[in-house]
Design a protein around this ligand. Structure first.
Ligand SMILES: [Ca+2]
Ligand SMILES: [Ca+2]
Length: 388
């Protein structure tokens, strides 16, 4: 009965809120909650390990277990003020986890979570349910947990999202699939962190969408929309973007692929079709770029950076240029180790930062050679450098 009452209250509130406060003319689509082990492997979800603590927090009731080595970690969701305690019971041969799902500091009323996989000193658990009491009622969330026990007395524990929201939305009269991911695992699904870790969104037609960072504007079928995602992830409103302050970004001819992301959008343009991009004005990071070119023999080479932090600003009604030089330098580092020398070669771009050079569609070129010859020519040997 309590659940039904909460649902009715939520519906009544929705009906009373004027359209203008719901994100303009955006249509609201309710999404389905999905719990899954796969959530921890979604793009952008990091495996953040923190050490556990041996000190038992005060006022916590633990299950009565024999010969158990306890350690503890807390998860602090931003959605509520409370902390969720996770207790690790080490038995010598393995681990059992207890999650204070209702945050009442009592773990005797909780499920004993056993691992579903153990490999390379890591134990995988979950998704484990927690109930977060928000001002608008209880919200369900799931956590995936990974225990790393290289140090057996004080294992490291990773607590990351074990859920997402998905459902059908209609954009410009067309049905699409939508997915919302809480990538920073803080219980909030609409974080916009410029330069940091924004939550992610995918709007796609068939198959599986790859979630991209949530930004102020999102591009669907070439048009910009303004998404409004519920803090708890349960719905999304999508409205055609209005009064967008557009600017232009002109991309130099040598670039083959770029991804630019900022607060106002995430774009991976088809550079085969257009080089002067019309995008919302704002500050962007060129988070990925590569240049592909052919040598005299017709062999293809790719030069790029796959986690770049190059910034570019696009002002309203103005054109900014994105030029990245294809100049590269082979940099040889020599260091003395005991009686020998170590040689390390890296490739440096025109900006002094390391670049990645590949052949064809991604293979490494043959290993570089180093030739040593003394003045007399008596000593003359060639060695190969190795990758990795
Ligand atoms: Ca409890
Ligand atoms: Ca989040």
């Amino acid at each position: 009965m309590k659940k039904l009452l909460i649902l009715m209250t939520a519906l009544t509130l929705t009906a009373l809120v004027p359209a203008a406060e719901q994100g303009g003319t955006g249509e609201r689509f309710w999404l389905n909650y999905v719990k899954s082990r796969a959530a921890q492997r979604l793009p952008g979800v990091p495996g953040v390990y923190s050490s556990t603590n041996k000190d038992k927090p005060e006022d916590v009731k633990l299950p009565q277990l024999e010969n158990v080595d306890w350690s503890f970690r807390t998860w602090k969701p931003d959605l509520v003020d409370t902390e969720v305690l996770v207790a690790v019971a080490g038995t010598g041969s393995g681990f059992t986890l207890y999650v204070d799902s209702d945050q009442d500091r009592d773990l005797t009323d909780e499920v004993a979570h056993e691992s579903w996989l153990n490999e390379y000193s890591s134990w995988y658990f979950g998704p484990a349910q927690v109930i977060l009491e928000t001002a608008n009622g209880p919200v369900t969330y799931h956590l995936n947990m990974r225990l790393s026990a290289g140090n057996r007395s004080r294992p490291y524990l990773s607590l990351v999202t074990g859920c997402w929201y998905e459902g059908t939305v209609v954009v410009n009269g067309k049905e699409k699939n939508c997915m919302i991911v809480d990538v920073d695992s803080n219980g909030v699904f609409n974080d916009l962190n410029p330069g940091g870790r924004s939550d992610r969104i995918a709007i796609f037609e068939d198959g599986t969408g790859s979630p991209i960072p949530l930004t102020k504007y999102v591009q669907v079928d070439g048009e910009l929309y303004t998404p409004t995602v519920a803090r708890d992830g349960s719905y999304i409103e999508i409205a055609p973007a209005q009064n967008v302050p557009y600017g232009y970004l002109e991309v130099s001819d040598n670039l083959s692929e770029i991804i630019i992301s900022g607060t106002n959008g995430y774009f991976q343009p088809d550079l085969g079709k257009e080089r002067k991009l019309k995008i919302p004005a704002g500050d962007y990071i060129v988070s990925r770029w590569y240049i592909s070119d052919k040598d005299k023999t017709g062999r293809e080479w790719r030069l790029g950076r796959y986690s770049s932090q190059k910034s570019v600003t696009v002002a309203e009604d103005e054109t900014s240029e994105l030029n990245i030089s294809s100049d590269i330098y082979a940099f040889l580092e020599v260091s003395r180790k005991g009686n020998g020398y170590t040689f390390n070669r890296s490739m440096i771009g025109a900006d002094g930062k390391s670049v990645d050079l590949r052949m064809g569609t991604g293979g490494y070129p043959p290993t570089p050679k180093l030739r040593f010859r003394d003045a007399s020519g008596n000593y003359d040997k060639t060695f190969s450098l190795e990758y990795g």
